[in-house]
Design a protein around this ligand. Sequence first.
Ligand code: IPD
Ligand code: CA
Ligand code: CA
Length: 277
Amino acid sequence: MSAQLKNFLDIATEAVLAAGGVLQSYWGKLEEINEKGRSGDLITAADKAAEAVILDVLQRHVPDHGLLAEESGKQGSQTSRYLWAIDPLDGTTNYAHQYPLFSASVGLLIDGIPQVGAVFVPAQNELFRAAKGIEATLNRQPIRVSSTDKLEKSLLVTGFAYDRRETLDNNYAEFCHFTHLTQGVRRGGSAAVDLAYVACGRLDGYWERGLSPWDITAGTVLVEAAGGKVTAYDGSPVDIFSGRLVAANRQLHPALIQELAQVEPLPDRIWQKSKDK
Ligand code: IPD
Ligand code: CA
Ligand code: CA
């Protein structure tokens, strides 16, 4: 790993650990939980305070880089090759319900390619780190993706975007399809944790649509550095700004791509029911 990437990884680590401290300090003490506009898309004082400490770390260390943060949008240079994708609290719904699976995620895109990632999961005290060209670690110990090579032996994970009641392309059909073919499909509630768990082999594969760069930049680096593969739904190179991706170990990845292409839409009545709500 180049000294420069190592330095950026240390900066990302400092940022997620600082955010984790903030998230722990607000845990169970939220006075208000608001919606950001779309039903179910929550925002809390913890999201804002954790984002503030991450921005502070990055502005101190890399003042000339671009920043893309979930709650405050674009900051800093708009022309830099370096763009930091920041999710101060990935898994806000879990957090707001005191379901202890959430994370702080900081990733770095260089020329649009994910190259550095740190994800901290405070409730489990687990720190996942990786940079392009070096093995991924969990609490400083090397991690690898699983070796499960058949869907029927696999445990997958996915999630649902906040527009799920507004579009037929809401991942419900895909969820049914893979639930039928595998040992199970989990809905973790934090895309960054989902990807980190694929990286360390707890889960065999992940797919999701409707994501933002801050959800997946760090996790993509983790999976790739742990020996896995991350692509678009059709197997082409992943575009972090497209909002959809498939991540898995290399043996299983082709089966996920093949099955995603075969998913049949759910009957209209299910769509109508969810639309009426
Ligand atoms: C959400 C989580 C969830 C995913 C949603 C994301 P947030 O992020 O990553 O797992 O399914 O699409 O928006 O809102 O908790 O930061
Ligand atoms: Ca998120
Ligand atoms: Ca978030």
